[in-house]
Write a protein that binds this ligand. Sequence first.
Ligand code: ADP
Ligand code: ZN
Length: 814
Amino acid sequence: MIARLCIENAPADRLFDYAVPAALEGRVTIGSRVKVPFQRRAATGFVVELPETSPFAGKLRPIASVDDPSPMILPPLVALARWMSGYYLAPLGKCLETLLPAPVRTGNTREKTLLYVEQTGREDQPLTPRQRELLENIARVGGGWLGQICKEFSCSPETLKKLAALGAVTIEERQARRDPLRRGRILPTQPLALNQEQAAALASIVAALCAATGRAAPLESGGASAPASSAPASGGASAPSLRVSESGGASAPGLRVSESGGASAPSLRNAGAPRPLLLFGVTGSGKTEVYLQAIAAALERGLGAIVLVPEISLTPQTVQRFASRFGDRIAVLHSALSNGERYDEWQRIRKGEARVVVGPRSAIFAPIEHLGLIVVDEEHEPSYKQEESPRYNARDLAVMRAHIEGCAIVLGSATPALESWNNARSGKYTLLHLPRRAGEGVEMPFVHIIDMAQENAREGRANVFSKELITAIGERLERSEQVILFLNRRGYSTSLTCPSCGYVETCPRCDIPYTYHRADSCLRCHICGGWTRIPEKCPGCGAPEFRYSGVGTQRVEQIVRRCFPSAKVARMDADSTSRKESHDDILDAFKAGRTDILVGTQMIAKGLHFPRVTLVGIVNADSSLNIPDFRAGERTFQLLAQVSGRTGRGAIPGEVFVQTFSPEHPAVKMARTENYEGFVDIELPQRLALGYPPFTHLTCVTVAGPDERLTGVLAGRLRAALCAASDRAAPPASGGASAPGLRATERGGARAPSVRVSEVCPAALAKADGIYRFQIVLRATSAMRTNAIVKAALAAVPVEAPFRVTVDVDAFSF
Ligand code: ADP
Ligand code: ZN
C-alpha cells in the first residue's frame, strides 16, 4: 500500500510517496496525519491520496507512525483543500493547515478536566447533620462540578473530600466542556407556520436534501498527479482542479473551473450533486426561518448542516436563534472563542455530538460527516473573502464543498452578489424568491433621496447635513423615537471628489474612479494602471478644490451634538469600540433607549433589531459609490437596502434619508424601493460591456519589496513574463475565443490575448512599513487560465527574498 503525502515544511506543491507498513494498513487513510522520515529529519505529513502505484515503487521509505486514532481531516475536506490550492494558487500544505483551527492543529490545547462530585448512595460511617444536609443537596441536583457545588451550597472542598472519605460521594476528574454559548438559559422555539413563498422555498431545499440522502455518487478520481518520491524527485505534483462541465449540465456548480491547472491534475466529478439554490428574499422576508426548518429536515434524515454567517452579524441574537431551535446539537466556531472553547467545539463536531455548525467563513471547514446542507447567509458579503493566503472566498468554497459532498447548498441574500445572480440567470443555480416581508403588517420603510448638489447650490455652501434631514431628526427627538446616522467606513475613501457638486474623475477605459496617490500626487486607475493629473478646477462646476469624499464619524458626531445639544449621542466605529466602551455596551445603551442618536459605520448596518428606530440617515451615499471599485454600485445598493432594512422593524413605520450627489445613479434610485432586479438589469449589461465579473475573473498580482526602484523593476519583468505567457496561450485570432465584452484595451495586438494584463501600478497601499507595493491586474474568462499564466511567469522570473509576490484570485480590492 502506498500513501501520497503533503509534508510540512517541504517544498510547496510537491507530494511525496511513502510505503505503508503492513502494521499500519487500516490506520492510514486519506486525511491521516503521519510521521515520516524526510531527507535527514523526521517530518509530519497528511495523506492526500492512496495511489495504486508509484513511479518510485520499490524505493519508497515507510511511514513511521500514525498520529491520531481517526484521521484529522475528512476525505471531502482533503479534496476541498486540493481544489483550493489549485484555484487560489496557495501551497497545499497551507490549505490543509487552514482546515484545522490552531488549538487543534498545534496540539497545545488539551481537553479540560475538572473534579466532579456525585453521591454514591451509601455511607460507611454516620454523618453529622451538616454533612447530611449537604449530601441531600448534592443528591437533589444529581451531582455537579466541585467548584459549583462549593459555591451553590456554601461549603469548602475539604468538606466534600471528607464526604468522599466517608464513602458518601465520589470525586473524580471528568472532561469539562468549555461552552461558548453558556447553555441553559436558552428558551426553545417552535417552527413558525410558513407563508406560501417560504413553504415553496423550503420544499425545494428539502428536495435537494433528499437527493443528498440518496446520494450514491462517490467521488470519481481521474488521472493521478505526478508525485515525487521521498528522495529528490523529477516531477513536482501540480495542483489539482475539479473538472466541471461548463456546458450547463444540471449538476454543474457556478464556479468556472473547467480548465485543469496542468496536464497532470486529477479531476473530481460528482454527477449526483444537487444544483445550488439561491434564496433571494428581501430583508425581513423570513429567510432565517426557512434555514431553521431546512436544518431540522436535514437532522431528521441523519444529515448535518453548516450555516455560514458574516463575522459582523454573528451576534448573540443570531446564535440564539439557532441555539433556541437546536439546543445542544449546535456548535459555534468563531474568532472570539478562547482556544479551549474552539478546541472543544471542534471536537464535538468531529465526534458527531454537534451536527449543526454556525460560524463565519472558516466554519466551511467544520469536520461534519454526512453533511446534508450548507447555508451561506448574506452570501454577497465581502467578509467571506479571506484577505491572507489562502485568499479564498468561503461562499465559493461552500459551493465546491457541497459539490464534493453531493449535498444541498442554499445561498441566501436580499441583494445577491452579481456572480450568484448571473449563475441563477444562466440556470446553474435555482432561484427561490421571497418577495415580501414575513411579519404581519410590517411595511418596507419610505426612502427619501436628497440631492446634495441642489442643497449646496441653494445654501451657497457645502453642508454635511441637509435641512430636510435636520428637520426630520428634530421631529424624532420630540417624539422620543430613535435615529441612526450612517457613514461609510472612516478612511475608506481614496478618490477625490468636488465638495460642491460631487464630481469624480473617472478612468474612461474602466469606468471606475481614479485613486489618488499622494506620493506623486497623481490619479491612477487600479484596474488598467492608467494615470492622469488632478484637474486644476472641477470640470463639473468649476470649483477650485478636490477632496476626499465624505466626512468622518467623529465630525458627524460633533455636528449632531451642536445641532441637538440636549440629545444623547453615541458613536460606534473602529475607534470608539476599541476605547473604553465596547461594541455591546454602546448597543445595549441604544437598545435600552438611553441613547437617542447613534452615529456609526458598517458596524451598525446589519443584524440588529431596534423597534424604536424610525429614522435612518445615510449621510453620504457617495462615499460608497465613489470607491475605486467596479463593484461600488453593487456595494452601495447592498448597503442602502440593508440599512433601510434596519428601520420599521417595529410597529412604527420607518423612514430613510439618503444624502447623495448622484440621485439618478441606479444603485441609489433602485435601492429606494429595494428593487434589486431593476438594479441588476442596468448593472449586468455594463459589467458585460466593460468586461468585469461576473463575466470575467480578475486576479491581482502584488509585488512587494524594500526598495522602490528594484521592486518596480521586478514588477515590470514579471509583467513582461505575464504578457509573454498570455501571448503563447492566446488562441489564433480567428478562434473567437475571447469573451463578449472583452476588448483588448489594455494591450494592442492582432490576437486577442487569453488573459489581459494591466500596466504596473503602485498598489493602493503603495508603501507601508518600508515596503513598497506594485500591482498588476489580470483578467480572463477563466481564473484557471490566468493561474496557468501566473505559474509560467513565476517560473520564468524567480522571486527571491526580500521580494515577495502575492496572488489574489477573484480579488475584492485593488
Ligand atoms: P430575514 O432572515 O429574511 O431577514 P427573518 O427570518 O429574520 O428574515 O424574519 C423576519 C421576521 O419575520 C422575524 O421576526 C421572524 O420571526 C418573522 N417571521 C419569519 N417567518 C415568519 C412567518 N412565517 N410567520 C410570521 N412571522 C415570521
Ligand atoms: Zn482604467
